[in-house]
Design a protein around this ligand. Structure first.
Ligand code: C2E
Ligand code: MG
Ligand code: MG
Ligand code: MG
Length: 287
């Protein structure tokens, strides 16, 4: 390549950068095929209330790579966002989640569970986002109140007016909205007040040092107080210990998600846990 430019031209060649660029291009190609080759999977992580009963689950994306095995979204979502591949992937996630929710709603024991789905900023910012969601709800004939969409502050902040309008349209059907990773972004309370939200999700970074770091305690108490004042549900993510859970409960947070209860699991295993935590089993167990 350097030669082709002719003598005298200056060429910067950085083998390390070259390798990195090639690696990215390979990954992007593979990622492009992931949706088509049906290598995407949804894992499910339980959400519980203070009584220890399952109230729902969050769908978390996994890429079942033929050579590398299960790849975590942290390793491919950023590239998927940059390349735009997040759009077909996000659509697949949403439709797969609706299909799953339908099977829960068709059975009495799981009929009232909610399913939370992560929506990327770019996906949400599509002009026809609301129409996509409305279309999927009707195609799968689900009760919309079982579906919860998790947005991040960055998804909303780009164009707050447009975000509010989209949220209102989808919410009019009964779909709920949750603000994910709350406290890690830059949204002002001014915006938060105007957003038609149902739930705030306390980021796991604040939960981690709960009971050990006074500032995290103060932040969590403030988030909970604010949520209550705004009549928003509040859920904590990344709950790993009973001490953290008890602390959250004492501060007024009554919904939890984290390794303390379950990791994100394939659907069969998650459904097994629903049964274990389900109230109707409680009576069987104590009988
Ligand atoms: P998130 O939505 O904040 O999801 C929570 C992450 O914390 C998940 O990581 C989950 O496995 C992990 N987690 C849950 N409980 C615990 C715990 O007790 N301790 C610790 N240390 N971690 C816990 P995961 O599955 O790797 O997902 C990472 C992020 O990737 C998600 O963060 C979300 O932002 C994104 N993501 C996942 N699935 C999707 C998807 O379908 N679409 C989009 N756009 N993003 C997704
Ligand atoms: Mg989430
Ligand atoms: Mg989160
Ligand atoms: Mg998080």
């Amino acid at each position: 390549q350097a030669k082709a430019r002719g003598q005298g031209s200056i060429c910067f060649f950085d083998p390390q950068l070259q390798t990195e660029l090639e690696r990215r291009a390979d990954l992007e190609n593979e990622l492009r095929q992931a949706t088509e080759k049906q290598q995407l999977r949804l894992f499910y992580q339980l959400q519980l209330d203070s009584k220890g009963q399952a109230v729902g689950a969050e769908a978390l994306l996994r890429w079942l790579h033929p050579k590398r095995g299960l790849v975590s979204p942290a390793d491919f979502i950023p590239l998927a966002e940059e390349s735009g591949l997040i759009l077909p992937m996000g659509y697949w996630v949403m439709s797969e989640a609706c299909r799953q929710l339908k099977t829960w709603q068709a059975q009495a024991e799981t009929a009232d569970l909610t399913l939370s789905v992560n929506v990327s900023a770019r996906q949400f910012q599509q002009e026809d986002f609301a129409d996509q969601v409305i279309g999927l709800i009707s195609a799968h004939a689900i009760r919309p109140t079982g579906l919860k969409l998790e947005l991040t502050e960055s998804a909303v902040l780009e164009d707050v007016e447009a975000a509010i309008e989209k949220m209102h349209r989808v919410r009019a059907l009964g779909v709920r909205f949750s603000m994910d990773d709350f406290g890690t972004g830059y949204s002002s309370l001014q915006y938060l007040k105007r957003l038609p939200l149902d739930q705030i999700k306390i980021d796991q970074s604040f939960v981690r040092d709960l009971g050990e770091d006074e500032e995290d305690d103060a932040i969590i108490r403030t988030i909970i107080a604010m949520s209550q004042a705004m009549s928003l549900q509040v859920i904590a993510e990344g709950v790993e210990t009973e001490a953290q859970r008890a602390c959250l409960e004492s501060y007024g947070c009554h919904l939890y998600q984290g390794y303390l209860f379950s990791k994100p699991l394939p659907i069969e295993e998650c459904e097994g846990l629903f049964k274990r935590f389900a109230p109707w089993r409680e009576t069987v167990r104590s009988a």
